[in-house]
Design a protein around this ligand. Structure first.
Ligand SMILES: C[S@@+](CC[C@H](N)C(=O)[O-])C[C@H]1O[C@@H](n2cnc3c(N)ncnc32)[C@H](O)[C@@H]1O
Length: 215
């Protein structure tokens, strides 16, 4: 039933799933946002100094309150439904240095070496080809530029990992999210030098990953 679709169909599927959930996304995420995400976002953004910053997978704009002042921020997302909600929050910011646009992280329209820092929170669980997306992130980052991620992924503990593997396909079918990705390995495979991996919860399901683009 849960057959692997060709790449462009998977991208279209992901776009549609997020368009569908966009109106209830903030409500769905409210408990985890209060319990965990808020404090993790705050900590992550405190380390971002830019000056040119790319946020991949802006979603409904949950990171907007934490954007540092004095950076030029470009945000992209695959889903116009999610992006529409994020854009509604922008006029509240007296900040014309933030630009949001619809774009696929697997195929970005930016030239090589454009950004000083790239941020993505809970995004590479949904990008259909995460290694391709992470390679694109590397391409558009300047040499020695930095990547900051918050992600959930498959834990090392084998029993839990096998449960998550077996639930991955149905959960993806319903929500567009993969729960059994190996994001630390994917970051490395894409060519980034990993500086830090911090477990944020028990079993290492949620992690903060920091990496640098080698010269
Ligand atoms: C789980 S939501 C996270 C949203 C936001 N970053 C947050 O922290 O709440 C994942 C987001 O990634 C976006 N996304 C998935 N695949 C993408 C791709 N290939 N390119 C750009 N955005 C993508 C989805 O549209 C969605 O808005």
């Amino acid at each position: 039933m849960f057959m692997k679709e060709p790449e462009n169909e998977q991208t279209e599927f992901t776009r549609k799933r997020y368009n569908t959930v966009s109106t209830i996304y903030d409500l769905m995420e409210w408990p985890v946002e209060q319990l965990w995400y808020k404090k993790w976002r705050q900590k992550l953004w405190q380390k971002v100094t830019g000056p040119k910053v790319l946020e991949i997978g802006v979603g409904t704009g949950k990171n907007i309150p934490y954007y540092p002042k004095n950076v030029e921020l470009t945000g992209i997302d695959l889903s116009p439904g999610m992006l529409k909600r994020a854009k509604k929050l922008l006029p509240k910011l007296i900040n014309d240095s933030v630009t949001f646009c619809e774009m696929d992280a697997q195929q970005m329209e930016f030239p090589d070496d454009t950004f000083d820092e790239v941020v993505a929170t809970f995004v590479f669980c949904s990008v259909p080809d995460p290694i391709l997306g992470l390679k694109e992130a590397l391409r558009v980052t300047k040499p020695y530029g930095r990547l900051h991620l918050l992600e959930h992924m498959k834990p090392e503990q084998s029993f839990l990992a096998s449960i998550m593997e077996s639930l991955d396909a149905p959960i993806h079918f319903l929500s567009g999210v993969h729960i059994a990705r190996q994001t630390v390995a994917n970051v490395r495979k894409a060519g980034w030098d990993i500086d830090k991996v911090q477990d944020l919860t028990a079993k290492g399901i949620f992690k903060n990953i920091e990496a640098t683009k080698p010269h």
